[in-house]
Design a protein around this ligand. Structure first.
Ligand code: CEZ
Length: 812
């Protein structure tokens, strides 16, 4: 059997792509993810699954084997032997050999293994001992059900007698009541439980909860088993005792941990194929299970469900496809930007990371990305966000997406930055749509029914930020800014943040720029006040926080400046440097100093770290961030959200080569997979950092696909690298190709016009030459593009000079 490449990318029927992994052990934590508006599942290549659904708050239907804390989806999710999974034991009744598919829990090396991630489904293609097995799972457009397909083909010319045992984890459901049995009428294992509670009120609150988990088959099983511990017996999951007998013993679970196992004894004639379908998910009662069965079981139902699900994900198609040829070391560069990043961005914008109270900064940034996919959703989201603003201008910690939703976890901790994001992210919505009508929408407040214009809401948020400054003119940080766990710098009400001061200056500047560009009606006095306030903030940051070659991170309640070379740990933070470039606080010389300092201290092969050195012990006037493990999350990882801010800032100051170099480094690829441990289908929220302290773990992916990086990364691709950015007059053309990318072509959909473009670095020219449908264009704005029309845009740009500061430091 020819040796398969470890990872390969192939084109799929639905014009997207399939990423394939040919080993269950080389990238043991590799996963794919599927979602719809009510559920998400992260599927690991070995068969483990981490899944949840919304009712409306997140809930489980396949639990761990013991009581588990309810929390938001965590980075570096760890798998363990009894971790929830979807496994298939297969016994050769003739030889007695038992294997498990796709790999866990028996971990027997298979003749051929392929984990295949598609846009709308996840599959395994396996061969072993003359049998070819295909396992597929997809979700549906709207319902709470996993649709599984299993097929086995006898590749030999002799009959084979086998038993197939799907083993779907249900786990520890409830300390009050849990059980499971086989329901003949539904042909399903149905596990029942009662969500634990102690307060009377919760009895009524919980009445609608989906406390059942069902496992339905399209074939009547030979036998079944619903009792996890008895199924395992002394053999354990690696050699379950129940499989040693010819037939399973139809064992219920009675206040015992349930499992869903069925046995299908099959004889396969030579070259015969047998298929099985299974549905797995939560339900309130048997009627609901019967409805799901009716709707999704059967080949016709299955393909209809798959088509509907494909159509739903198709809604995530974004506005750009590129062909960068072979200029990048990353052979999956185009595939990632054309398929997987838009998919991840759609997940963020359409289902808000499956939270009912997304943090306001996340909600606004995730919907910035949505403007490149379906701007009408962005419009709705921004109106919803300001409708939960307080009349005093304060934006909420989180945006409630459901009438029963409450602010949970981090949204119960006061953060000072939520007001900066709308003026900053609104520019993408207006650039993509020129829809200035949004600004005159009349919207009420969380604490006042009297509506004001969207513009007024923005101004109240900016006024609130301007007033939330101290005697130095610097922004108070409260218990955190963009950096959630920086919670003890200002919890006594005096500590200030350089990042927030700069972000506020950038928000003020962005709003004034938008008002200029889109002729938004703002009183001249207000306009001048905002321009001046931005300047005051920039000057204050320079006066109090510029230290040697970079900006410090802040000043504590006790007045200690931190984030400088004088600190033993956390000497330099990335965000103040990036945002000093964005707000205009950094002069050209300061930019050079910062970039050199960043290249020397923060750049790693996987991208740029958000601070260094990582903290190795608690610092009580900084807070929780210093208690995180070094190199993990905000404590000095390659935190891609912060890294993409830096890339975006570098593009604003003309550092196109360094920007592209760092953008490329953050992309998961075939080439770096054995370092990151993930497949190139999403950008993770971080890669392990602490590169100079813990090099061994550096570069590992967090495997968490929830991240604010997606929309900024896509913005860098569309508005910076390709330079095809909307403006009031039309489409502004200003590509920023790196010297390594001599040509780039593709298609840009802009306000429903379709523009096929080519960009070519051309020697001997000093200014860009633009041709639209072979007509030379004066200036660089395409003004009269018609919806539905197709255009050919050719751009000849001067060669990008190789010399870029900071690169000399980045030979890592
Ligand atoms: O959450 C993210 C937030 O969703 O952390 C970012 C912040 O900007 C995003 O809005 C940086 O702090 O509470 C914690 O310690 C967690 O680390 C969260 O801060 C973090 C989650 O891990 C998700 O990444």
């Amino acid at each position: 059997m020819p040796k398969l490449p470890l990872i390969s990318i192939e084109n799929a029927v639905d014009d997207s792509s399939i990423v394939k992994l040919s080993s269950p052990t080389k990238l043991p934590n590799a996963t794919g993810f599927l979602w719809n508006r009510a559920m998400v599942m992260q599927v690991n290549c070995r068969g483990y699954v981490n899944s949840q659904f919304m009712q409306p708050e997140p809930a489980k239907y396949s639990y761990a084997p013991n009581m588990e804390a309810k929390s938001f989806i965590q980075p570096e999710h760890s798998y363990f032997s009894h971790h929830p999974g979807r496994f298939f034991y297969l016994k050769d009744e003739d030889s007695g050999e038992i294997i498990s598919l796709p790999y866990e829990p028996m971990r027997i090396e298979l003749d051929k293994f392929s984990f295949e991630l598609g846009n709308s489904d996840i599959a395994w293609s396996i061969e072993h001992s003359g049998l070819q097995i295909t396992i597929k799972v997809n979700l549906t457009k709207d319902d709470l059900v996993e649709c599984w397909f299993f097929s086995v083909l006898n590749l030999t010319d002799t009959p084979r007698n086998i038993s197939i045992y799907p083993y779907f984890s249900i786990g520890y459901m409830s300390w009050m009541n849990q059980s499971a049995t086989y329901d003949e009428e539904l042909n399903a294992i149905v596990a029942d439980s009662v969500t634990p509670y102690q307060k009377v009120a919760d009895y009524f609150n919980n009445k609608q909860l989906k406390d059942k988990t069902f496992f339905i088959s399209d074939t009547v099983p030979t036998a079944w088993h619903a009792n996890q511990k008895k199924f395992e017996g002394e053999g354990g999951l690696h050699q379950p005792s129940a499989l040693q007998a010819e037939l399973l013993e139809n064992v219920e679970a009675r206040y015992e941990t349930p499992v869903a196992v069925m046995q299908f004894q099959q004889q396969l004639l030579a070259n015969e194929r047998k298929t099985l379908q299974f549905l797995f998910g939560p339900a309130k009662d048997e009627a609901e299970i019967a409805m799901i069965k009716e709707k999704y079981l059967g080949h016709q139902q299955r393909s209809q469900a798959l088509n509907e699900y494909r159509d739903y994900l198709e809604l995530g198609r974004a506005c750009l496809t590129i062909n960068s040829g072979t200029c990048t070391e990353n052979s999956g560069f185009d595939d990632f930007f054309n398929h997987w990043l838009p998919r991840q961005m759609f997940y963020h914008g359409d289902v808000n990371r499956l939270s009912t109270d997304p943090q306001t900064r996340n909600y606004i940034q995730d919907n910035m990305g949505m403007a490149f996919i379906d701007a009408t959703r962005t419009r709705q989201a921004y109106i919803r966000a300001v409708s939960q603003q307080a009349l005093n201008g304060a934006m909420p910690e989180g945006v409630l997406l459901h009438e029963e939703a409450e602010l949970k976890y981090i949204n119960q901790v006061p953060h000072a930055d939520h007001g900066v994001w709308l003026p900053i992210c609104l520019s993408v919505y207006l650039n993509e749509t020129a829809d200035v009508s949004l600004l005159s929408e009349m919207i009420a407040f969380a604490d006042s029914a009297e509506p004001k214009t969207f513009t007024k809401h923005i101004e109240l948020a900016l006024d609130y930020l301007i007033n939330a400054t101290d005697h130095r003119g610097l922004s108070l940080i409260e218990q955190g800014d963009w950096c959630d766990p920086m919670n003890m710098v200002g919890y006594q009400g005096k500590g200030v943040s350089s990042w927030l001061s700069l972000a506020t200056a950038y928000a003020l500047t962005s709003w004034c720029d938008l008002c200029d560009e889109y002729d938004i009606d703002m009183a001249q006095g207000k306009y001048d006040e905002y321009r001046f306030a931005a300047q005051v903030l920039n000057v204050a940051v320079n006066e109090h926080l510029w230290h040697e070659q970079w900006f410090a991170r802040g000043i504590t309640d006790e007045g200690r400046v931190f984030g400088t070379s004088e600190d033993e740990e956390g000497k330099i933070f990335l965000n103040p440097q990036s945002w000093a470039m964005l707000s205009g606080a950094a002069s050209e010389d300061q930019q050079l100093d910062m970039i050199k300092a960043i290249s020397k201290q923060l750049i790693t092969p996987q991208g740029v770290m958000m601070l260094a050195p990582s903290y190795t012990r608690m610092v009580e006037d900084i807070g929780r961030i210093t208690q995180k493990h070094p190199g993990v999350s905000e404590n000095g990882s390659v935190y891609n959200h912060a890294a993409i801010f830096y890339v975006y800032a570098l593009y604003q100051v003309g550092q196109n080569n360094l920007a592209f170099d760092l953008l490329s480094k953050m992309l998961p690829s075939l080439e770096n997979a054995e370092v990151t441990g993930q497949l190139p289908i999403y950008v993770p929220n971080y890669y392990r950092g602490a590169y100079h302290q813990l090099p061994e773990q550096a570069g590992r992916s967090s495997h968490l696909f929830n991240t604010g990086t997606t929309s900024w990364l896509y913005r860098c691709l569309v508005e910076e690298l390709c330079g095809l950015k909307g403006c009031a007059r039309g489409l502004q053309v200003l590509p920023k190709l790196p010297s390594v990318m001599t040509t780039l072509s593709g298609q840009r959909v802009f306000r429903s016009a379709v523009i096929n473009f080519t960009i070519e670095q051309t020697s001997g020219i000093s200014t860009m030459e633009i041709f639209l449908d072979n007509q030379s264009i004066t200036g660089n704005v395409l003004t009269d593009l018609k919806a539905g029309q197709h255009y050919l845009l050719q751009m000849k740009v001067p060669m990008t000079t190789k010399v870029n500061i900071g690169n000399e430091g980045t030979s890592v």
